[in-house]
Design a protein around this ligand. Structure first.
Ligand SMILES: [Zn+2]
Length: 441
């Protein structure tokens, strides 16, 4: 089993919340994977109208009728609505129904009710129940014993930084607050943990930071706690969730849709992913990209998922979002495309020629000629599109004036960055060009 699947197995079934003992357990599991810095923020803290909810635990959650147990909300971490108030008493069926939540289209499932985490002042009590149970309830009195504990605590934000030569930082972010759900949350952080493990094996030009935190609330308080100078270093970002299921990639663009990370993501997904679709900011999913992109921070952040338009995926915010719907090869593919995006960030540069006039690229001294119809000169890579490569070869010398980056050349000629870079590396080795580093973002 891959290390990503092992993480997902370990966190399965945990009653995580913005602040809970199981969230601490989950953080301990993650801290065994990477040496995260654990940042803490007291519950009850307020910022811009956001409030960190209390540490919340469910001790008992029973609904009985005529002494018979009808429902035990403790049996599944979604059985009680998030941050539910306690309640004990006898209620009529119509009163009880006001406190039951369900999803008719998926009648076996228990639905994730998270509204109160963001509105702790609502102070509702309630249960999430399968619709199949809800529709069998008959008239009469119901005895409810719902004991929940709201205590002071500390919200934790996990931060792991790989310092590169440049302080310019690429942010990776995933959330960790969805009780007992695996694709929505853990699939994203499992991939990003794997990416950071791989990156830690190499020395990098840029810095990379992974933040795993409760959705919205975590990043709101994290960013509010940083000095503006540190935030100034955050140049690009990728939010990741729902990447383990069997859908094609969905790329949600940054706020402008025109940032460097948008350009890179489109290019890599086009060539490296089996398929993908894309839409503008907040049109696919809504997560912490809103916090990073907020005024004063304005970190361009794309969101990568495997959502379908509108419905996202069949198990979205339901108890059936378990490890059973995760495809290990989809997690692997997500690691691969993320590493490919990082490869572009690390390697992209401009070109400066060290010659004048036309070079005979077919001369064995260079061996860089690509004929329009015969074998390409790049030995180890199959060139699927001979005509495009031949055209690229003819255009390239004029690009050696530091006016266009390798990524833009690859996009212009509709060829993969990786292969164009490999071809240009040969020009460098033959002493024809210099690779010039300039500010690209
Ligand atoms: Zn969600």
């Amino acid at each position: 089993m891959s290390s990503m699947m092992k993480i997902l197995e370990k966190v399965s079934g945990l009653a995580v919340a913005p602040v809970s003992s199981d969230t601490d357990k989950q953080n301990d599991i993650l801290c065994q994977e990477l040496p995260f810095k654990v940042l803490e923020y007291p519950t009850g803290s307020k910022h811009n109208g956001w409030i960190i909810p209390h540490n919340w635990e469910v001790l008992k959650a029973e609904i009985k009728k005529d002494g018979k147990l009808i429902y035990d909300g403790k049996k599944h971490p979604l059985g009680v609505i998030g941050l539910s108030e306690p309640f004990s008493g006898t209620v009529s069926l119509s009163e009880l129904k006001k406190h039951l939540y369900f999803f008719e289209k998926s009648p076996e499932d228990i639905v994730y009710h998270c509204d109160q985490y963001y509105k702790p002042y609502k102070k509702l009590w309630g249960f999430s129940v399968p619709y199949n149970l809800y529709k069998t309830l008959t008239a009469g009195d119901y005895d409810v014993e719902l004991i929940t504990l709201h205590t002071e605590g500390r919200m934790k934000v996990l931060e792991y930084t790989l310092q590169g030569k440049s302080p310019k930082t690429i942010i990776f972010n995933a959330h960790n607050c969805h009780a007992a759900q695996i694709n929505d949350g853990p699939a994203g952080y499992a991939v990003l943990v794997e990416v950071m493990k791989k990156l830690s094996q190499q020395s990098t030009k840029y810095s990379y930071r992974l933040i795993i935190a409760p959705e919205h609330i975590g990043t709101v308080f994290y960013l509010a706690s940083l000095k503006p100078k540190e935030i100034d270093n955050f140049k690009l970002g990728i939010f990741m969730e729902m990447v383990g299921n069997d859908n094609e990639f969905a790329l949600q663009q940054s706020f402008t849709g025109e940032s460097y990370i948008d350009k890179i993501a489109h290019h890599i997904l086009k060539f490296d992913a089996a398929s993908y679709w894309s839409d503008t900011f907040r049109k696919i999913v809504g997560n912490d990209e809103s916090v990073w992109e907020a005024p004063g921070y304005e970190v361009p952040m794309i969101s990568l998922s495997r959502c379908e338009p509108k419905t996202l995926y069949p198990q979205y915010h339901l108890s059936s979002d378990t490890v059973d719907i995760i495809k290990p090869e989809k997690l692997e593919e997500t690691v691969d495309v993320t590493m490919a995006m990082i490869d572009v960030i690390e390697k992209n540069c401009y070109l400066k020629r060290k010659f004048t006039g036309l070079i005979a690229l077919s001369n064995p001294q260079y061996d860089l000629y690509i004929s329009p119809g015969s074998d390409p000169s790049i030995k180890n890579e199959a060139l699927a599109d001979q005509a495009k490569w031949s055209e690229l070869m003819n255009y390239l010398p004029r690009y050696f004036d530091e006016s266009i980056s390798i990524l833009d050349i690859a996009i212009k000629h509709d060829l993969p960055f990786r292969q164009v870079y490999a071809y240009l590396l040969k020009f460098k080795e033959k002493g024809l060009v210099e690779f010039i580093e300039k500010d690209l973002f």
